[in-house]
Design a protein around this ligand. Sequence first.
Ligand code: ADP
Ligand code: MG
Ligand code: MG
Length: 514
Amino acid sequence: MEEVSESALNGNGHTSTTDTEENDEVQIKSMFPLPVPETILRDIIQKSKDFALMNGAAMRSKAKFNQDSLNFAPFVLFPSSFPRIQFEKSCEVQTVLNELMHKVAHDKEFLDSTLADTVRVDLFTRKLYEIYETCYEEGFTQPLSLGLLRSDVMLEGKKCEDEAKCKGQCYCFCRKQVEINTIASGFGHLGPVSRTIHKFIMKELGFGSEKMIKNLPENDALRLICQGIVKAWELYGREESCVLFLVEDVAYNICDQRFHEFYIREHYPHVKVLRKTLTEMHSQAKLGVNKELLVKSDEVSVVYFRAGYEPGHYHTHNEWKARLLIERSRAIKSPSIQYHLAGTKKVQQALAQPNALQRFLKDEEKIAAVQEIFTGLYGLENNEAGNAAFERALKDPEKFVLKPQREGGMNNVYGQEIAEVLQRMTLFERQAWILMDKINPPVTKGYIIRPGGLPIPPIIDLVAELGIFGVVIGDHDTIHVNYQAGHMLRSKISTANEGGVATGLGALDSPYLI
Ligand code: ADP
Ligand code: MG
Ligand code: MG
């Protein structure tokens, strides 16, 4: 096999501009020589596709659904360059974000005032909120919540200010938070396995030196997330109780879910795992005399939600009844209803307002570390600030993203359409949305390998989104467990607005630290 020469690499870790410099696009250089010669490319693509499938980097096809078969998940051939310092800072700030979200979830006054307008207009958030109110008034049966969070960030670059040192060749990068997920934060398996694929590809193509592999940071997300679930199971304190994965009717992202389940079964064989939909929960679950969550004869100590985050998961009133039943129960929920509400876009927007963090964090350093990753977020209420944001969005829609209170991708509005959508809304309807500054991540070049894709895919411009996992367990007054739990990276073609892997436009990636 022909070798791709390692000497072709730019190993100095600096990023540089190319011919697109005129249009102000910030580029981050791939550390791997492109293009890969055709014969090598053909061979490595077939090999790495098989490797991905055989390591469970796979999903069920939406287009050709078959319960009995899998497609590999789209992946980027080479890991994307990511500035080491920004990666490390992202990991470091996670325990602060965990603490913040835990405190937000337990601050009724804050949730009430922040979501008051939203719940009047947005039916889905209102239904969640009603469950919260009911449980609050009755008194939470289970004081502990299990947070399995994922904070997503994109880089943004600007020309380095120290021109003399960098000779105009390098960029200063900062991180901007896209969102923080408190429900169904996926990729605990697909994150680590992306690193495994990239390590394999690098070795196959002659980039497997210890020095290079060391630039792929270790990723223990699966183990650490499962440890969090099992820790909650332990805190519940009933040997015979089980963990319940609450799932959609049809799970396309099946590997990611099942690897969690199988990890728990392999490493903690005494912990039984059930998989149920909300519909099944409605017909099979009930509360015991001490509000235990009983599914037939099994007592559930931990409910891990991989569904329930979008209206479509609640087909009828029955699924809402099932959600209420779960929330009322003694089981530890990930997320509890208050954690679910704390993860709404509206709460993210409220936290980005001046001095909002001071309510939850006392340490100035922690406040600064979180504030640093917030980008401009604006409410759209009928008040001075909301109307000003509305006017700015009409004038310059390309600078913003318009977001409803939804999860799971493909719900946001971009570009010119923002102006159209906003103008069609009444003042009342606007309150269901928030406006966010559009983040402009640096572009890198690479190949995306897709099921059914071209044998020789083109080199395209890619942008990446880094997700950092966090585990937090605590009650109203105390945090018992708080740690960072690995990471995941997704890339998408730079022209796409959204790049969810499950929704089809994104691809698995992993960071190559520079
Ligand atoms: P969801 O909860 O549906 O995942 P997100 O807020 O993560 O909602 O938005 C979905 C996707 O839209 C993100 O993964 C990202 O690709 C894109 N996106 C969201 N906010 C921004 C932003 N401010 N700037 C640029 N892209 C964004
Ligand atoms: Mg989300
Ligand atoms: Mg997202």
